[in-house]
Design a protein around this ligand. Structure first.
Ligand code: NAD
Ligand code: DAU
Length: 351
């Protein structure tokens, strides 16, 4: 069994579905079910004994210790985090609590569990920490992409909290020998993405006839990776990564935000044309910039490609088309996450 934290969120749920779609090793899924966690992401696993869900906090050491003792996982993949930069600017407290204090408590519970394992299990055990390219800070327009050796220069409360968690993970390896792996990935997109993030927000707003808010001049650059390619990278690192190493994950798809928004509009124009015949791009509206907005991220993923023979399966063109098609095919999912109905459902399930 593996323990996945944050497995009801965007990437975590895709990972759990991908994992159980490819093998029969059970998953223990520990998720607090914040606004971003949604068990409806996992309805296809209802009644599947390979998926054990527990609602709880990675910072609840007693709970984590009891889960580890009971289920004896051979590995942990830590997705659980507060993940949205704008929310971190307006309210950093939860980011410090979960991303820093929560990761610390999780590491402590895991360290004590790992220390007591028999030698063979101890040797094989892995703690994989899922992190972000944002810890490296912002790149100048012509600077080379981030390698694993790039300095940590986080600029937002979110990225600072993720950088702190990466450092804790590194220290727990260096000091206590905990067998850790860290992945630093670029911007993900795909099915189940909460519509507060750029791509799903643009799709959902466009279809609702609302403005498409582009921050500042829209020329900030992000490097986009289809979520299932991130999942395959994590699987590969878990299986063959060198203990103590970090691996950058990215799709070599650097694009300015405005190009992303126009691509989404063009796909919607083709797949669900507006009734008045105009392009959805007429809804684009330039708005006040995000404070401290990082100008450019770009990931150099050559270490992962060279050492672990990982390659993404999707290009940006194939991935973004699949994504727009998924949102068009799943209006109920969108309505539900927007209405908060899923939260009421969770309250009933876990009363
Ligand atoms: P998300 O916000 O969609 O999901 C986070 C999940 O963690 C939710 O299900 C939430 O309920 C759960 N959670 C939050 N606090 C918790 C706690 N204290 N205990 C247990 N569960 C808790 O986030 P995401 O986009 O799926 O990101 C997952 C991870 O990947 C994060 O660590 C994030 O930093 C990292 N990451 C994300 C991206 C991206 O583009 N989305 C890119 C690189 C790295
Ligand atoms: O780089 C990896 C990171 O990508 C992850 O670590 C984060 O968890 C994830 O949220 C994401 O962070 P970003 O801040 O890059 O993602 P977001 O979708 O919020 O914004 C993408 C870009 O689009 C960013 O430059 C801000 C801009 N933007 C965003 C929104 C929501 C807009 O212009 N308008 C918007 O309404």
């Amino acid at each position: 069994m593996i323990l996945v934290t944050g497995g009801a969120g965007f990437i975590g749920a895709n990972f759990v579905l991908d994992w159980l779609g490819g093998c029969d090793e059970p998953v223990l899924n520990l998720d607090k079910l914040t606004y971003a966690g949604n068990l409806h992401n996992l309805t296809s696993l209802e009644g599947d004994a390979r998926h054990v869900f527990v609602q709880g906090d990675i910072g609840d050491r007693a709970l984590v210790e009891s889960l580890l003792a009971r289920h004896q996982p051979r590995a942990i993949v830590n997705f659980a985090a507060e993940s949205h930069v704008d929310r971190s600017i307006h309210g950093p407290e939860d980011f410090i609590q979960t991303n820093v204090v929560g990761t610390f408590r999780l590491l402590e519970a895991v360290r004590h569990y790992w220390k007591a394992l028999p030698a063979t299990e101890k040797e094989a055990f892995r703690f994989l920490h899922v992190s972000t390219d944002e810890v490296y800070g912002s790149l100048a327009p012509s600077a080379p992409a981030f390698t694993e050796e790039h300095n940590y220069e986080p600029n937002s409360p979110y990225s600072a909290s993720k950088a702190a968690s990466d450092h804790l993970v590194r220290a727990w390896h260096h000091t206590y020998g905990l067998p850790v792996l860290t992945t630093n990935c670029s911007n993900n997109y795909g099915p189940l993405h909460f519509p507060e993030k750029l791509i799903p927000l643009m799709i959902v707003n466009a279809l609702a006839g609302k403005n498409l808010p582009v921050y500042g001049d829209g020329m900030q650059v992000r490097d986009w990776l289809y979520v299932r390619d991130h999942c395959s990278a994590i699987r590969r690192v878990l299986e063959a990564g060198k203990v103590g190493e970090t691996y950058n994950v990215g799709g070599w798809n650097e694009k300015p935000n405005i190009e992303i928004v126009k691509t989404v509009c063009a796909l919607l124009d083709e797949l669900r044309p507006r009734a008045d015949g105009q392009s959805y791009s007429a809804q684009i509206s330039y708005v006040t910039d995000r404070p401290g907005h990082d100008r450019r991220y770009a990931i150099d993923a050559r270490k992962l490609e060279r050492e672990l023979a990982w390659k993404p399966a999707e290009t940006f063109d194939t991935g973004i088309r699949k994504t727009v098609e998924w949102y068009l095919a799943n209006p109920d999912w969108v309505a539900q996450v927007q209405s908060g109905a899923y939260r009421e459902w969770v309250a009933k399930q876990y009363a």
